[in-house]
Unconditional design. Structure first.
Length: 329
């Protein structure tokens, strides 16, 4: 790690910190608020291409409606009607996307200032704590992210240990654009997912798991986003990752400039979002369809869908996720 410095003060009065990881000419910059990955530069042909979207002004992360670069939780994605039942007790959550709950609510991991500490020469240890009944969730939970940049790419090792049975589902929320700007339609993707979890009009899963064949979600063979989504409706879907991937990447994306993204994860699902709701803020490089998200995760609304993999963790069975991304020629 080449730098860990205070750049301001967070809303809770704690230091707002910035950290930079470096491997050769490749750099990744992170902000303590939301544990956001706010910049990633990849060398290509004598230049350094910015491959993730970020706010130019760090104060942009204090509101950050698109959730740029954050680690979302304690329960990422949507929970229907902002409530669930655990061990016979109903818990009411923050309905921050009325009438539903999204990305852990207004006090979720993307809306708090994490503690940053060095973790070796190329790594960062980020941590935060969520108290019992914050935003309605049972149990206090200690969350740690070990973020490393090296020859194998950028790795996020996420752990969360609750003090009692509690739901945890974290998702790293980078928006990628391998061209460094413009629309992402000419990026070509392959994702190892033959199924998806369809949703209703409010983006709440129906509880079914259905094939992607014949839909714009079918990226089992390499296709450009434009070819897959010919009407350019935009995609925001939880893909059910094939369990028999072995060591193959869960996702691969290539851009016309020759940059190639490969993503490995141990999670059962991955939200693919092609950025149709991004704000038009040209000064920041933001525009609809200006970036795509690949968010490894448990399934959305798993707390209300008994047929989905459970996201309940315990002190003896804490939450763990490892996601690794390589970007290069």
């Amino acid at each position: 790690m080449t730098g860990l410095r205070k750049i301001g003060t967070a809303p809770d009065g704690s230091p707002l910190m910035q950290a930079t990881l470096r491997h050769g000419d490749e750099t990744v910059t992170l902000l303590s608020y939301g544990c956001a990955t706010c910049d990633w530069r990849v060398p290509l042909g004598g230049a350094r291409v910015p491959v993730v979207l970020g706010h130019d002004d760090p104060t942009g992360y204090l509101t950050n409606a698109p959730h740029l670069g954050i680690i979302a939780g304690r329960v990422a994605n949507r929970t229907a009607r902002a409530r669930f039942t655990l061990d016979g007790r109903r818990y009411d959550l923050d309905a921050n996307e009325p009438p539903h709950h999204l990305h852990g609510g207004q006090s979720g991991t993307g809306h708090r200032n994490w503690q940053f500490d060095p973790d070796g020469g190329h790594g960062l240890r980020a941590s935060c704590r969520i108290d019992h009944l914050e935003d309605g969730y049972p149990g206090a939970v200690a969350i740690t992210a070990l973020i490393r940049l090296g020859v194998d790419g950028l790795t996020y090792d996420l752990t969360a240990r609750p003090d009692r049975p509690s739901p945890v589902n974290l998702a790293q929320h980078n928006y990628y654009n391998l061209m460094g700007g413009g629309a992402i339609w000419d990026h070509s993707a392959r994702i190892a997912a033959h199924d998806h979890t369809p949703t209703d009009a409010q983006m709440i899963p129906t509880g079914h798991i259905e094939p992607v064949a014949g839909t714009r979600y079918d990226l089992t063979q390499t296709r450009s986003f434009a070819t897959a989504d010919r009407m350019r409706q935009g995609t925001d879907v939880n893909l059910v990752l094939d369990p028999d991937r072995d060591s193959a990447p869960a996702a691969e994306v290539t851009a016309p400039n020759g940059l190639h993204l490969r993503l490995w994860t141990d999670q059962p699902g991955m939200q693919l979002y092609t950025g149709g709701g991004l704000p038009g803020a040209p000064a920041q490089g933001l525009r609809p369809f200006g970036g795509f998200c690949l968010e490894p995760q448990g399934f959305p609304d798993a707390l209300n869908q008994p047929g989905f993999p459970s996201i309940i963790c315990t002190p003896d069975q804490p939450y763990r996720q490892t996601t690794r991304i390589q970007i290069g020629p």
